[in-house]
Ligand binder design. Structure first.
Ligand SMILES: Cc1cc2nc3c(=O)[nH]c(=O)nc-3n(C[C@H](O)[C@H](O)[C@H](O)COP(=O)(O)O)c2cc1C
Length: 286
């Protein structure tokens, strides 16, 4: 069970899918998905249990219970949804983002389309459908299904609006030793590919809020967020999920390259980029 193909290649292939084929998800694929998400050993390391993930099947957006799950027209023909739940605090959101993204990558490997959603779904209708633990809320969901060959004009337009194919370059995201110097690919050394995987990852409205500082001795990589001002409108900080996604892309790439490392919250107290920047986590090679 678990990943069988190169996860680095899978990260290169993944893109948000909003238009699905009407073909049902096969029994074999459902079984693989449910085995993957019910295996906590597989899902939650390295941070421990950070939330819940449930699958909900739909026909014409209506569930078995007869509940209509709304996505405001953003998603066409999904066959199911994966719905996440966790607590509304900084580290739960970061660590849950990591876990949920691991599932997204596994689904991509199975050639099942996904689209991280934090905003364009009707939270009330999803809340009715799943079993929500005390103190949990739904920070994200993704539709599931096989991608329709031809993406709709709507999807193409949306990709342009959020500049989905416009990923920031290294010098806008990654720093060398401190925030005073930018990091080049050549200087990233053995971490070039893991850092590149951070760059190509998905983020809410494609804002790419992650900022990394690689220590001078190349042992530690510090993960920071540069919050987008006024983005926090839905009662939780969606961009913290983006941080978990970045950490997942980085970590799984390291694992594939046999670079062993560990995560710690150990703020080096560097001078920050600006008032919107906040320290999140550090990864160090073992
Ligand atoms: C935390 C998070 C929330 C998102 N919320 C939505 C959403 O509500 N609706 C939507 O259509 N896309 C949403 N997206 C998808 C992004 O727009 C998309 O990842 C980004 O534009 C980059 O495109 P790509 O995923 O194809 O690389 C979200 C992505 C993330 C990571």
């Amino acid at each position: 069970m678990g990943f069988e193909k190169s996860v680095i290649k899978t990260m290169g292939k993944r893109q948000s899918i909003r238009n699905y084929d009407t073909k049902e998800i096969t029994e074999t694929d459902y079984k693989l998905i449910s085995d993957f998400i019910s295996n906590e050993e597989n899902l939650f390391p390295p941070f421990g249990k950070t939330g819940g993930i449930q699958v909900v099947q739909v026909t014409n957006n209506v569930t078995d219970k007869g509940i209509k799950l709304g996505t405001y027209g953003f998603i066409k023909n999904p066959r199911a949804y994966l719905v996440g739940s966790t607590e509304n605090n900084k580290y739960s959101l970061v660590e849950f983002g990591y876990a949920f993204h691991k599932v997204v990558l596994y689904l991509t490997e199975l050639e099942i389309g996904t689209c991280w959603m934090g905003g364009t779904f009707n939270r009330k209708s999803f809340e009715k459908e799943i079993t929500l633990h005390e103190g949990h809320f739904i920070p994200c969901a993704t539709p599931l299904g096989y991608a329709k060959d031809k993406q709709r004009l709507f999807d193409k337009t949306l990709r342009k609006v959020v500049k989905a194919d416009n990923k920031k370059s290294w010098d806008k995201l990654f720093y060398d030793g401190s925030f005073e110097m930018t990091l080049t690919k050549e200087k990233a050394d053995y971490l070039e590919v893991p850092i590149e995987m951070v760059r190509i990852g998905p983020s809410a409205s494609n804002k790419q809020p992650w900022r990394l500082v690689l220590s001078e001795d190349r042992v530690t990589c510090h993960f920071y967020i540069e919050h987008t001002p006024n983005y926090n409108k839905l009662g939780y900080n969606m961009q913290l999920l983006d941080m978990g996604i970045a950490m997942c892309q980085f970590d799984l790439a390291c694992k594939e390259l046999d670079v062993e490392g560990k995560w710690a919250i150990d703020d080096p107290n560097l001078e920050l980029l600006n008032e919107h920047t906040e320290y999140i986590y550090s990864w160090s090679v073992k």
